[in-house]
Design a protein around this ligand. Structure first.
Ligand SMILES: NC(=O)c1ccc[n+]([C@@H]2O[C@H](COP(=O)([O-])OP(=O)(O)OC[C@H]3O[C@@H](n4cnc5c(N)ncnc54)[C@H](O)[C@@H]3O)[C@@H](O)[C@H]2O)c1
Length: 246
């Protein structure tokens, strides 16, 4: 039997109960990792862990809460012995132009998408160092490299994820911790239900590869960045968007 790419590693994936996060959790598990499925959706998260069987653990975890981060990481280390990979995938999206976005909506998105990613990197630093190094993958968006009229707060948080990724990549490099961002285009998940159907159709039409992306397309990119095949890759931004940003 061949040794799998992530055998013996432990990965924590946030927002992993459904959508892109669930595909990432399944892929890393299939590649041999122990996987911690973190989400606020308990029923869906536990169902995914049940379907994975061995080497999987669900933790109820709100990424905007620092104490919850400490508990989630402690649970991962207690169950599997160490943490090697963190995927900051949890996110929320509420459309809104600058003139129409309330401070409350703006701050909701900042709390999950931006503060959540910051806290993940902060809280994982010591455990990843203790493991001798590792990989952090932050899920940004095509909205983290360009503007999208009508998505002011979301765009702001995704640019922040991109900037924090590059900063942490330099700070964490001496500890052999790589930090990269993945930038999905239009991906077929429940998140897109927040857009009018015509807007999503227009997004797919503007995608040179002329199809909507699947969660597994993103999972493949995350698996690459998580593993040793990317051992000289840090601070990069990997667009997985069918050519949308060209
Ligand atoms: N679907 C797309 O087209 C698309 C495009 C670009 C980027 N993204 C990004 O990909 C990531 C995954 O999105 P998705 O499309 O799978 O959406 P989704 O809504 O299907 O999944 C998001 C997950 O995050 C979880 N979550 C929300 N708030 C949380 C919190 N406070 N703490 C922990 N978990 C929380 C949700 O419960 C859900 O399981 C997000 O960061 C999103 O911004 C998605």
């Amino acid at each position: 039997m061949s040794i799998q790419a992530l055998e013996g590693r432990t990965a924590l994936v946030t927002g992993a109960a459904r959508g892109i996060g669930a595909a990432i959790a399944r892929r890393l598990h299939a590649d041999g990792a122990n996987v911690v499925v973190s989400d606020v959706l308990t029923t869906e998260g536990e169902a995914l862990v049940g379907s994975l069987g061995t080497r999987a653990l669900f933790v109820h975890h709100d990424v905007g809460d620092e104490a919850a981060w400490q508990q989630a990481i402690a649970a991962a280390v207690q169950r599997f012995g160490a943490l090697h990979v963190l995927v900051n995938n949890a996110g929320i999206y509420e459309p809104g132009a600058v003139g129409e976005t309330t401070v409350e909506a703006f701050e909701r998105m900042v709390r999950v998408n931006q503060t959540g990613t910051f806290l993940g990197m902060k809280c994982a630093l010591e455990p990843l160092r203790a493991a001798g190094g590792g990989s952090i993958v932050n899920v940004s968006s095509i909205a983290g490299v360009m503007g999208f009229p009508g998505a002011c707060a979301y765009v702001g948080t995704k640019w922040a994820v991109r900037g924090m990724t590059k900063t942490a990549a330099v700070e964490f490099a001496p500890h052999h911790i790589r930090v990269n961002s993945v930038h999905p285009g239009f991906i077929d998940t429940p998140m897109l239900a927040a857009n009018p159907a015509e807007a999503n159709a227009a997004g797919v039409e503007a995608t040179p590869l002329k199809r909507i992306g699947q969660p597994d397309d993103i999972a493949a990119a995350v698996a690459y960045l998580a593993g040793d095949g990317a051992s000289f890759v840090t601070g990069t931004e990997l667009l997985v968007d069918g050519g949308y940003v060209l």
